[in-house]
Design a binder for this molecule. Structure first.
Ligand SMILES: [Zn+2]
Length: 500
């Protein structure tokens, strides 16, 4: 029935012009909203928000979208456990997530809920019909080991001691007739697209992981569930009421329905394909294999890049309620402030690898790079300018004429290497400090002193310009301060931490 080596059929190209280069679409992953956002969510959102701000600062028209995966058996079970109707449960958590974005200073253009029957369901069904018309859906009876937590089937050899490797729970033996998607048909095409970076997986380590998964041979996967087993939750399969769609087929489509796919075609065309999906490594396979294959089948353009982050541990151990070591990102922000937490997650935690949180490393980084680094540099130069009564700034405060991003920083941002970009910026802070010590303006006469201070202010303005996507509030405060005609003394940007 399926021939793994069959070439995908040629499909009609989109007749509309491709998305213009001055437009940019990025997404965060579409989470289950059955708990409060954890620090892993916040890490991912900060990463995406840096690129959101960076692309806007480059003058592009940006669409920054996310949403909630709501048509899941997991949500039904959680609502039942809490003794509330599922819709109330979903409303509550969708709101909690949207409030969290707001509190974190992250401005999404669209948050698409999976339960939205007007702006989401028609798009999912349209995508289903497109893959069906391509001949890529067929029905078959399947028996397998299913983890509700993961919403996916496992092969026995993928289990650890008979349990799901993610949830440490025994999967259920499930046997039923479902629709299957001909993933096997796209094996060669997918491999080529990923190998050649037409679909770029960042970083290289994750790209290799995907390629090796593809090389093991792609098997067709089930894209529907018996409506009864899904407890009636889910997008109905067009023309077959007995089946609802597999949550991944449904949730991944949020990337397109957030733009208008299924109800506003023009708007969708303006921004699709996504320039980058930000995800965690646990859902790499769904994004780098399943999703592009579905899009290929439907004849739609693929996302250009997938930026993959790792997991966070606390003091070297997995965070868990039973260990009592779960780090609440909002408590952290309460204690240290929004931007220090943002800086830490972007700078100390690897952009594309696992990282370890500890209060110790947090406070060390804060003290070294924010209080003693950037903050002290700014206070020092401001104080010298003030004492000298010098016109330090370019008098452009409030005007738009800022220097451009440094090419090295821009290059790292283009490559989605956010930690490396911050590393370069931090080196510039150290270099500016060194410049002050070397030139010792306080020993110089008025003219020479003014020259040195103007150079130092220029360095600070360039540093703050580069920092805009990373620390929006701090960089704005620095730029406003140092671009005044007369630079006044400056209160510490990052107060020293009290010894706890
Ligand atoms: Zn699982």
């Amino acid at each position: 029935m399926t021939s793994p080596n069959a070439q995908p059929t040629k499909r009609a190209k989109l007749t509309k012009p491709a998305k213009r280069a001055d437009r940019f679409h990025l997404t965060t992953a579409i989470p289950y909203v059955n708990a409060r956002p954890h620090i892993g969510h916040v890490l991912e959102w900060f990463q995406a928000d840096v690129i959101n701000r960076y692309q806007r600062l480059l003058g592009k028209r940006v669409m920054f979208t996310s949403g909630a995966d709501e048509n899941s058996l997991k949500n039904v079970q959680a609502a039942e456990k809490a003794g509330v109707p599922v819709s109330d449960w979903l409303d509550k958590y969708a709101q909690i997530f949207q409030d969290a974005y707001q509190r974190l200073g992250i401005e999404l253009d669209e948050f698409r809920r999976g339960s939205d029957q007007t702006k989401h369901w028609p798009g999912v069904q349209q995508l289903w019909r497109a893959t069906d018309q391509a001949g890529d859906l067929y029905k078959k009876t399947y028996t397998g080991l299913y983890c509700v937590g993961c919403e996916c089937f496992y092969k026995p050899e993928e289990l650890v001691d008979g349990r799901c490797p993610q949830h440490q729970e025994s999967p259920q033996q499930v046997s039923e007739e479902n629709y299957f998607f001909r993933l096997s048909k796209y094996q060669r095409q997918l491999r080529l697209l990923i190998e050649t970076d037409q679909l770029k997986i960042v970083s290289e380590k994750f790209k290799k992981e995907v390629l090796s998964f593809i090389d093991q041979g792609l098997e067709d996967f089930s894209v529907s569930r018996r409506a009864g087993r899904a407890r009636g939750v889910g997008v109905p399969v067009p023309g077959d009421d007995s089946q609802v769609m597999y949550v991944w087929f449904d949730a991944l489509t949020i990337y397109m329905t957030a733009l208008g796919w299924g109800y506003d075609h023009q708007r969708w065309l303006r921004f699709w394909p996504a320039d980058v999906h930000f995800i965690g490594k646990d859902i790499l396979r769904f994004h780098a294999v399943y999703w592009p294959a579905i899009l290929l089948s439907a004849g739609l353009p693929l996302p250009k890049a997938i930026s993959v982050h790792g997991f966070l541990t606390a003091d070297g151990r997995k965070m868990s309620k039973s260990l009592g070591n779960v780090v609440d990102p909002f408590q952290l922000i309460e204690r240290y402030g929004l931007e220090p937490v943002r800086y830490y997650l972007l700078r100390y935690i690897p952009s594309h690898g696992d990282g370890d949180f500890s209060y110790d490393s947090f406070e060390r980084l804060y003290t070294a790079e924010l209080a003693n680094g950037l903050g002290n540099l700014c206070s020092r130069v401001a104080a010298l300018c003030h004492r000298a009564g010098l016109a330090g700034g370019d008098g452009q405060a409030g005007a738009d004429q800022l220097p451009a991003f440094s090419p090295q920083v821009a290059a790292r941002l283009d490559e989605l290497e956010l930690g490396e970009a911050l590393e370069i910026i931090n080196q510039r802070v150290a270099a500016a400090d060194q410049f002050l010590s070397d030139t010792a303006p306080w020993t110089k006469r008025v003219e020479a002193q003014a020259e040195v201070l103007r150079a130092a202010v220029q360095q600070i303005v360039q540093i703050a310009t580069n920092l805009r996507p990373f620390l929006p509030q701090t960089s704005r405060a620095i730029l406003e301060h140092f671009r005044q005609q007369r630079v006044a003394a400056l209160a510490p940007l990052f107060p020293r931490l009290e010894q706890s």
